[in-house]
Structures are given as structure tokens and as C-alpha cells.
Design a protein. Structure first.
Length: 272
């Protein structure tokens, strides 16, 4: 049975958050001359947020999906503002992954090309939740990608690649962090562990944190998850140095570095 044709539409980048201000274009961000002083700020890094979705669906996604990741985008933009970071939430063409078509992953690749067009050669951290985390991991091979943060990733056991699991070769050379609640009933944390295990074999810069007793939305330990996300993004994009737990997770062999517990209160005294 042939798949339903995707309606003609384009993916979009949401409005820039952080350094880019309202315009979000390279021209608007150049240093401007005036009394010998610069009045603009250059974008030196981008966080690209990829919302969740479902296995199938060719309709335009509900705005709720993008709104769900906006608090994380705002937090990352605020944390990275002194470094010159801007954040964008990607608006997909359709709501579902749709088997081998992998529409959100293609939209992520388009968004990365658009980031390069707007801002030039700047490092990008892909940040995805659920289905968006899978899209982020798939699109990690793009030359602009520096790092990937996958929150509660949806990683089917065999994917839609002729029965094979999702690829990991594209993660080589990237900083990769997976975060999963141990009580997630929507996306299987055991499958994200297996994925991380395969990724770690070819890319030592891979780690995974477990949020004990938390579910898919990671609301129970929201403050700690947001702090972990900001710490990873700043450390990967701007070489500010990771907090000790992230350093330990990256350095530890499996299974320790892939089952690192996210401690209560993480973020209260980062880098101390």
C-alpha cells in the first residue's frame, strides 16, 4: 500500500531566542560601526530544538508540540546569551515520523542548512524530545552539528530500516548525551540504553543519564533536567568545561557512563 503523499509545505524555524533578537539574520547581527563601538552581537552558536511527535501523521503538527519545548529553548537561550547563543524551535512539515520517509529528520537537516545560511559557520547543538530526539540523532552527521542532546528519545527496537536498528555512525565526532526517565511508559528507556551502548562503541564522547522514578515528560525533576541540558550545551558548544557528573559519565565505560543517575539538586552548584 502506497504511503499518503505529503502535502506541499515547508519546514520552518521558529523565531530566534537569545542573541539574535527579533531579526535573526546575519545582517542584523553584524557589528555595527557607530562612535567606534559595536552595537550588535554575533551569533557564535545555535541550539536547534526538535519537538516530539508520533509514529505516523502527515498533517501539520499541532502548535502544542512546539510550545512544549519552548521552556527548554528559553532556558538554553538565557544560559548561552553571554556566549552569543541563539535558539530556534523547528516547525515540522508534518506531525509523524512516517516510516522510512523519516520526515522530521529531513526537516532537521533542512533546518541545519538554514542555520548555516543565516549565521554562517557556527556550531550547533541539536536538542530533541521523544520523536524529535530520534530526528536529532539521525541528523547528527550534518557538518554543522557539534553535539546532540536526546531527551526521552523514541528509538524503536528495529526502526524502519529493513529490520535494522537506527544507525549510529553519524554520531562519530559529536558530543552526545541521552537522558531518560526510568518510569517512561511512552518511550522505552531500555531501548535508549541499547542505542547508547552501540553509539559508545564507535564514539567515546557518548553518555546517558537516568532520571529515577520520572516519566516521559521528566516533570518530576524538571529543574535538574534543565540544568543538565544547559551544562551540556555550554560545555559542548563553547568549551566551558562540563560539570563533574557529565565529565564522569563521558569518561566511564559502560554500563556506568550510560546509566549515570541524575542527582537531586543537580545544577544548584554547577562547576564547583
Amino acid at each position: 500500500m502506497a504511503q499518503q503523499a505529503l502535502p506541499v509545505r515547508e519546514a520552518r524555524l521558529g523565531k530566534p531566542l537569545g542573541t539574535a533578537g527579533k531579526e535573526g539574520t546575519r545582517e542584523a547581527l553584524r557589528w555595527r560601526s557607530g562612535n567606534g563601538r559595536g552595537t550588535g552581537r554575533e551569533v557564535s552558536g545555535v541550539a536547534l530544538l526538535l519537538p516530539g511527535g508520533g509514529p505516523t501523521g502527515v498533517r501539520r503538527p499541532s502548535p502544542v508540540a512546539a510550545l512544549a519545548v519552548r521552556p527548554l529553548a528559553v532556558r538554553l537561550a538565557k544560559a548561552g546569551r553571554p556566549e552569543g547563543l541563539t535558539a530556534h524551535v523547528v516547525r515540522y512539515r508534518c506531525s509523524g515520523w512516517n516510516g522510512p520517509d523519516a520526515h522530521p529528520a529531513r526537516d532537521a537537516t533542512w533546518a541545519l542548512d538554514e542555520v548555516v545560511r543565516r549565521y554562517g559557520d557556527v556550531p550547533v547543538c541539536l536538542v530533541g524530545t521523544g520523536m524529535g530526539a530520534r530526528a536529532a540523532l539521525h541528523a547528527a552527521g550534518h557538518p554543522a552539528v557539534n553535539s546532540v542532546l536526546a531527551l526521552a528519545p523514541w528509538l524503536p527496537d528495529t526502526g524502519e530500516n529493513d529490520g535494522r536498528p537506527d544507525p549510529v555512525k553519524q554520531l562519530v565526532g559529536r558530543q552526545v548525551l541521552l537522558v531518560h526517565g526510568t518510569n517512561d511508559e511512552r518511550t522505552d528507556p531500555d531501548l535508549s540504553y541499547r542505542y547508547a551502548e552501540r553509539a559508545k562503541k564507535i564514539n567515546r564522547d557518548t553518555c546517558r543519564f537516568e532520571v529515577h522514578s520520572d516519566g516521559h515528560s521528566l516533570h518530576q525533576h524538571r529543574a535538574e533536567v534543565l540544568a543538565l541540558a544547559a551544562d551540556f550545551m555550554l560545555g559542548s558548544l563553547f568549551a566551558r568545561g562540563y560539570s563533574r557528573p557529565v565529565k564522569d559519565a563521558l569518561a566511564a565505560p559502560p554500563p556506568l557512563g550510560l546509566r549515570m543517575p541524575l542527582a537531586a539538586g543537580f545544577g544548584a552548584s554547577l562547576r564547583h
